[in-house]
Ligand binder design. Sequence first.
Ligand code: MN
Length: 518
Amino acid sequence: MTLPEKRILISDLCKVLNTYMSKDQIKGVYQAYILAATSHDGQYRKSGEAYVFHPINVAMILAELKLDYHCIVAALLHDCIEDTTLTREDIIRDFDEEVAHIVDGVSKLTGLEFRSNIEQQAQNFRKLFLAMSTDMRVMMIKLADRLHNMRTLQSIKHEKQQRIAKETIEIHAPIARRLGLNNINKELEELCFKYIYPYRYQVLKHKINKRYGNLKEIIEKIQDEIRSRLEQEGLSDIKTSGRRKTTSSIYKKMKNNHLKFSEILDVYAFRVIVDNMPQCYQTLGIVHNLYKPVPGKFKDYIALPKINGYQSLHTVLFGPNKVYIEVQIRTKEMHFISEYGIAAHWHYKSKNVNTSKLAGNWIASLLDIQQNSDTSIEFLEGTKDDLSSSEVFVFTPEGEIIQLPYKSTVLDFAYAIHTNVGNRALAAKVNQVNIKFNTELKSGQTIEIITNKNARPLPSWLKIVTTTKAKTSIKNSLQEESASKLIRLGEYLLTNALDYQGYVEPISEKNGKLACKI
Ligand code: MN
């Protein structure tokens, strides 16, 4: 993870693409490479190497996630519109509209970055949301772009390093996590930690290496024991693998739970991948029987998946020699989702994994970041107010995104859809649960408005709406309503008053207006 960068060549990229793309598509990718190399000719990165190595690396990160042809071509050309003479039309001519659309989306996001002002960052964040809602691949390229820039951060000035790393931990890493792109998220967090807290990083890394060194034999023994016990119980062909926890994840744990390094239980983790869900629970029983579980550490993310769709069983065991081990148990399908996240969406078909619902969850939960103050995205503590004072993003039951100002209520939403929906609103549901009209909206919610043709706006509604559109519509409707009522009331009062005077004939109505003969 922190190894010096190995130069990745177009041939390496093609090798990876060969595992999932057709020959013709790879030819197209190669043409994109030629175009990128020619367009960036004479441009160099701060590290001194030819610029084109950057887009190749970005494309490689995405190829490892098996992203589609259009996305890889767009990745190779992602800096061309911004930094070279190449135009959107050139890309349409040489490739197609789809590639041009993605590259254009990425270009619109470039130049927004590296601004320290919180308000501007908040704006960047919103721009990212919107980019994402038009084509998720724009966001994927942006994340891969940032990952490669973080990998090569050593060649730029210290002050700029800090700025980029902070922005990344505040914006890109949480987005990657919410999209289920676990590997990208982990690597970004690790690199950010290294640049933001270089000293803490070095100390902790040293401690972890030492601890692993001491534990090496015992870890191998535990792994063997787990494997042979699973085989005894008839679970052969099971994949078990050990994995080290990252420096940043251990640091986060120490900081959030106020623990010393020696108090961190699960520095080492095993993963067991089985065929089906019942085997997950069977494996859990087996490992709990083999080593004693640490009370209170078991988590069932299969029954209760994480918000980004992640599923697994987690438990911590008392291993031999006072070693604590974390075990993650999941099926191949769950593993696939946990490795690829939203990228699974582009190549799930053959794997028979239903990700369309997950993709919806991913997007919704990403939008929910705005309101989220969970410790791993502390950044929002600072920017939350700015973000919140601007807008919320909610969904119609059909999945359409509606953008409204912060503090908008359910009624604002109804009027945003259509004046008639607002005027005929009878009840509302958020995520299937009935709620009052004055409920403030939170990003990521799905809102349903139940209408009835006899429903009418009430004067009290004016107090619970924020948007001008809703206010105006309610006022208009109330005026229409009250005009006819007032006419009737006026008629009654006037008739009575004149009648009392005893010298009038009854009033009559002409063309909707009152007239009386005296
Ligand atoms: Mn770039």
